[in-house]
Ligand binder design. Structure first.
Ligand SMILES: [Zn+2]
Length: 129
């Protein structure tokens, strides 16, 4: 298990890598009111938010697990986390934002490519009517 600290080295590494690619964004910006989390990276103009989800706290399909002590409590807690993620995603999308979630287990270059792809799509969508 790895605790999902508010601002892990991984999020910093992702931000540095994006910055090195010439991308500019805000961190921990609240794009809409009532969001119960802080996105790690926010592209305000393209209206794209990026979350780096911890495998444990967000129940990654590859590493989903819960401690054997208090298993029921953990199962409920983690299920509630996932439900909250989906509510946040829905609220953001309803407000016209694109949402990208990457897993903490993904290699950094893969995360960067996913962000760039999502950004390309988000910007293309803005060119519409
Ligand atoms: Zn994982």
């Amino acid at each position: 298990m790895r605790a999902n600290r508010p601002d892990s080295g991984l999020e910093k590494a992702l931000r540095s890598a994006l910055h090195a690619r010439g991308l500019r964004f805000r961190k921990h910006h609240q794009p809409i009111a009532g969001l119960h989390c802080r996105p790690d990276v926010v592209f305000t103009r393209a209206r794209l938010v990026v979350f780096v989800d911890g495998c444990f706290w967000h129940s990654c399909p590859e590493h989903a697990t819960w401690p054997s002590a208090n298993a029921d409590w953990w199962r409920e807690k983690l299920a509630a986390n996932v439900a909250r993620d989906r509510r946040n995603d829905a609220a953001l999308r309803a407000a016209g934002w694109q949402v990208l979630r990457v897993w903490e287990h993904q290699p950094l270059p893969e995360m960067v490519e996913k962000v760039i792809d999502a950004l390309t799509v988000a910007r293309a969508g803005m060119a519409g009517p």
